[in-house]
Design a protein around this ligand. Structure first.
Ligand code: MN3
Length: 244
């Protein structure tokens, strides 16, 4: 399938939600079928296998906020494991889908697809939301944040409080909900707001991983400190681009 077709189909599937950011599509890009027969050309719209995206920076790029060993294990073991197990789970999944987002919005996802598909999407979004030194949001994004939260500081506080409130493992999200408003919400495990099971649905603009594997080497049990510090490396420019 040609990239243009893939992007077009993805926007159709996502429908009224925010457009899928090109950078995320790139990082979640599925492996395309190489069969050249005419029949295969028709069926090649469907995805059968996903690949681990490369980290867009070195393991040590986010030091001292996130240490290199955490990044190496988190990407090379945890995220890689979600992709590997997602591909295995898809062997028994007969529904057709044309993007990772399209898969995750389907009803009644089998547990293996839900956990590992969520894990793949969530981490792909996470890596591309961080950057050494961080970056500033666009004026449009900041305006939207002001109208929904009052200020960027209020948004950060809502994300920190939300992250602290997750019992056990999960994520805190900034989403654009179905009525176009920005909202902070949380999900357990590797669920995300695209899934029908989420308490609040919407398109994730930014998410913070609050599983212990994301911060334990550096912060031990102090999740609150990790949540405060992570804002030193948030790439708000990229997060802003997801609102467009
Ligand atoms: Mn993780």
């Amino acid at each position: 399938m040609k990239k243009r077709t893939f992007i077009k189909n993805t926007s159709l599937l996502v429908g009224s939600m925010a457009a899928v950011p090109a950078v995320l599509l790139e990082s979640c890009a599925p492996k395309e079928k190489k069969d050249e027969s005419a029949d295969a050309a028709i069926s090649s719209e469907a995805i059968t296998e996903f690949e681990l995206p490369e980290l867009p920076y070195e393991f040590a790029a986010l030091v001292p906020t996130i240490d290199a060993m955490t990044m190496e294990i988190h990407h090379g073991k945890h995220h890689a494991g979600y992709v590997r197990k997602l591909n295995i789970a898809l062997n028994d999944y007969s529904e057709k889908f044309e993007s990772l987002e399209g898969l995750l919005t389907k009803p009644d996802l089998p547990t293996g697809v839900r956990n590992n598909g969520g894990g793949h999407f969530n981490h792909s979004l996470f890596w591309t939301s961080l950057k050494a030194g961080g970056s500033n949001p666009t004026a449009d994004f900041e305006k939207a944040i002001k109208s929904n939260f009052g200020s960027m500081d209020e948004l950060k506080k809502a994300l920190i409080d939300g992250g602290k409130s997750v019992f056990g493992s999960g994520w805190v999200w900034l989403i654009r909900n179905k009525s176009g408003q920005m909202e902070v919400t949380t999900t357990p495990n590797q669920d995300n707001p695209l899934m029908e099971t989420a308490s609040v649905n919407g398109f994730p603009l930014f998410g913070i991983d609050v599983w212990e594997h994301a911060y334990y080497l550096n912060y031990q049990n102090m999740r609150g400190e990790y949540l405060e510090k992570i804002f030193d490396v948030v790439d708000w420019q990229t997060v802003s681009s997801r609102l467009a």
